[in-house]
Design a protein around this ligand. Structure first.
Ligand SMILES: *Cc1c(COP(=O)(O)O)cnc(C)c1O
Length: 406
């Protein structure tokens, strides 16, 4: 007998849980796609997307997923043979670099490993060596969803400026936007990439790119932009259909409208605080589990940890056994380990990820942790006691802090 009947919870880092309000918003006929309400809807979405990224530049919506948004950013930033400097803190930076390389860009990887953030000093040194400015852009993830390393984007901008280098700063915040503070203008970002299905709580299918005036200006010279991916007509909007290079993704737009309304109702800063509280509960539980077993969080430094998803290691293949147990016995699907070990390596089954991203509240995250505790007990995986008490205490503390704020 399994105890998994009931509403399942897919606690993987995207697609995140879609609110019923978002799903319901899609249950309607298609609008006229040329004039009328669709025009206002799109304008409002673009304005609000700029707001959630704190961007005074330009926002664009592509019918695509994160991989497509990566490709759009590359197509507009580079010409064939240009160099991209990719600061890697995990699987997703490598993926972006790989896409650039396959499009004819020299993708040089500056590797910071899988457990620590980008070291701005090392980046600055590399940029100083590039005296003839062959590097056209620095690419990195805000949060690498595989390692769950969080990078300090403002520090990366300071490193580029300190080196006196003109490279654009391009950031993938697909896993972090709305879940963590992001400030496009204050951090000096030129190109920001995100997608609908993570912090934005909307079904997969939309990719977003925010563009600074500098990046728009430089893109005039890029020779990689093909008609669909070219951001220039989308930004210029000579006619409405240029927003989407064709038919608008009508129902995704309704869903996104509802999601952005929900974010505004809660307050963007409160959404960040909620993610912070849930992350602290997860980290607290792991702190106790780790005390009595071969269990550890992937990112040792709390300052460099994502607040939307947590990667961890359970030695001896226990991660894979636990993932399977909580899915079949408790109705919770956890994320697989991604890019941490090759399938041929003995440690392949040692990694998993817990998402606490988007439309998630305290009881959902506490429930996931309790299901994991049950799994550790059922599977006789050695672990420390008191994880659930510690998680509950973290939530109680966050609630007290929240009540004390004006
Ligand atoms: C999810 C994710 C991607 C890939 O997005 P897809 O929609 O699966 O193509 C890329 N980068 C990061 C940081 C992500 O979290």
């Amino acid at each position: 007998m399994s105890l998994s009947n009931g509403r399942p919870y897919v606690a993987i880092p995207g697609p995140s849980v879609m609110p019923d309000r978002v799903l319901a918003a899609m249950q309607r006929p298609a609008p006229n796609i040329y004039t009328g309400a669709i025009v206002d809807l799109t304008d409002g979405l673009l304005a609000d997307l700029k707001q959630v990224a704190r961007c005074s530049g330009h926002a664009t919506i592509y019918i695509t997923n994160g991989h497509g948004a990566w490709e759009a950013a590359i197509a507009n930033m580079f010409s064939r043979g240009d160099t991209a400097l990719v600061c890697s803190t995990g699987h997703f930076a490598i993926g972006w670099a790989d896409a650039a390389a396959r499009m004819g860009v020299e993708a040089e990887i500056l590797d910071f490993g899988r457990r620590a953030p980008v070291d701005p000093q090392r980046l600055e040194e590399r940029l100083r060596q590039d005296s003839d400015h062959t590097i056209k852009a620095v690419l990195l993830t805000h949060v690498d969803t595989a390692t769950t390393v969080l990078n300090d984007i403002a520090a990366v901008r300071r490193a580029i400026d300190a080196a006196g280098h003109p490279a654009l700063l391009a950031v993938d915040a697909i896993a972090s936007l709305v879940c963590e503070p992001f400030d496009f203008d204050a951090w000096g970002v030129d190109v920001l990439v995100a997608a609908s299905q993570k912090g934005l709580m909307t079904p997969p299918g939309l990719g977003f790119i925010w563009v600074s005036d500098t990046a728009l200006e430089r893109s005039q010279a890029s020779d990689l932009a093909t008609p669909y991916w070219d951001w220039k007509p989308r930004i210029a909007k000579a006619i409405f259909s240029h927003n989407f290079a064709g038919t608008a993704p009508t129902h995704h737009l309704y869903a996104l409208r509802e999601a952005l309304d929900m974010i505004e109702e809660e307050g963007l800063e409160h959404v960040w605080t909620r993610h912070d509280a849930l992350a602290r509960a997860v980290w607290a539980a792991f702190g106790r589990w780790a005390d009595g077993g071969d269990i550890e969080l992937n990112v040792p430094d709390p300052q460099a940890r994502s607040h939307a998803v947590t990667a961890a290691r359970f030695g001896g293949g226990a991660a894979e056994r636990l993932r399977s147990w909580v899915e079949t016995e408790a109705g919770v699907t956890l994320g697989i380990g991604l890019g941490m070990a090759l399938p041929s390596e003995p440690t392949y089954g040692d990694f998993l990820r817990v998402a606490h991203m988007g439309h998630v509240n305290a009881h959902m995250t506490l429930g996931v942790l309790a299901a994991m505790e049950a799994g550790l007990q059922a599977l006789d995986v050695p672990h420390g006691d008191g994880a659930l008490d510690a998680a509950a205490a973290a939530i109680a503390e966050a609630a007290r802090e929240s009540a004390a704020r004006p």
